[in-house]
Design a protein around this ligand. Structure first.
Ligand code: GLV
Length: 326
């Protein structure tokens, strides 16, 4: 009998076959208690779990006593109770490399769209409002040669910095847990404390994972340090920015605009005040969502699960020390 695996996101046929060659695959649409109850035997036998977008917490782990590896089709793993996984020495695998360039492209789409009012003016033209030459009320602000502050200089931060430096001649400031010599040598990026970065940047781009330390890192006080002409971009996790405080800053024009791919609650409620503001560009959490990259993430997630169940944790494992303590 092949070992059992739970799949909670559909896979393209070729990747599914790769998984089925080794495992008995049970596909479910989510990980809620009703789903678990109706596939109780498969959950209790499963050694692997593959998917994204559902919480993997203590209550779920209790239903999966044989579980040895989780493989998420994402770089972020805030939906996983890492302490509970570590305590059971269950490997957590993720897809940190394949999506880097695509997410950096999305960040630049938000920078350009919010600075140059792309979506707002697009709606205006399509509504038939363009009846004569435009005037200053339709002008926007430049991106090139401005100062970009990057909060979180990981892989995606580096790819954003590369675009900003080589493509747009931007001056780059950054804040991260530690200095990044390569960002400094390749893109002339300057390390600053968070307050200096907020005060000096024309664009503040937040690309951070969600942890207890980063939750509401950008709140009322931090937003008030930004220039009224500045733009905030969030392409990491919604709760890193206090959305109520951001809404007030945008409404009061103490901030020029925001470009958001992520929200405190997703899907963002249709009646959220933020959505009624003209100076916000929104996307439905599509940072990595191109056909090519989503395929690549699924391919990596399948390979990661197979590797982890074979005891190979060198690549893409979040918690190798917990699984194999030295
Ligand atoms: C997307 O948000 C991811 O974590 O991959």
């Amino acid at each position: 009998m092949k070992p059992s695996v739970i799949l909670y996101e559909p896979l393209p046929a070729d990747l599914r076959s790769q998984l089925e060659a080794r495992y008995q695959v049970t596909e479910v649409s989510n990980l809620d208690s009703h789903t678990i109850a109706s596939h109780a035997a498969a959950f209790s036998e499963a050694v692997g779990l593959l998917g994204s977008g559902s919480k993997v917490d203590q209550a779920l782990l209790e239903q999966m006593p044989a579980l040895r590896a989780c493989s998420t089709i994402s770089v972020g793993y805030d939906l996983f109770d890492l302490d509970a996984l570590d305590a059971r020495r269950i490997a957590l695998m993720h897809t940190p490399t394949v999506l880097t360039e695509t997410v950096a492209d999305t960040v630049f789409a938000l920078i350009l769209a919010s600075a140059r009012r792309v979506t707002e003016l697009d709606s205006w033209v399509k509504a038939g409002e363009w009846k004569k030459s435009i005037g200053p009320e339709h002008f926007s602000i430049d991106v090139h040669h401005k100062t970009l502050g990057i909060v979180g200089m990981g892989r995606i931060g580096m790819a954003v910095a590369q675009r900003a430096h080589y493509g747009f001649g931007m001056n780059i400031l950054y804040n991260a847990r530690k200095h990044h010599p390569q960002a400094e040598s390749r893109f002339s990026a300057k390390y600053c404390d968070i307050n200096q970065l907020l005060e000096q940047s024309d664009f503040v781009c937040v690309i951070l994972p969600l942890t207890e330390q980063t939750r509401h890192l950008i709140g009322e006080e931090q937003l008030s340090r930004m220039k009224p002409s500045a733009i905030l971009i969030n392409a990491g996790r919604g709760p890193v920015v206090d959305e109520q405080a951001l809404t007030r800053a945008l409404k009061n024009h103490t901030l020029y605009a925001a470009g958001l791919d992520v929200f405190e609650q997703e899907p963002v409620p249709a009646n959220a005040e933020l959505l009624s503001l003209p100076n916000v560009v929104t996307l439905p959490h599509v940072g990595s969502a191109t056909h090519e990259t989503r395929y690549g993430m699924k391919r990596d997630a399948v390979e990661n699960l197979i590797a982890a169940l074979d005891g190979k944790l060198e690549k893409n494992c979040v918690n190798p020390q917990a699984v194999n303590p030295a």
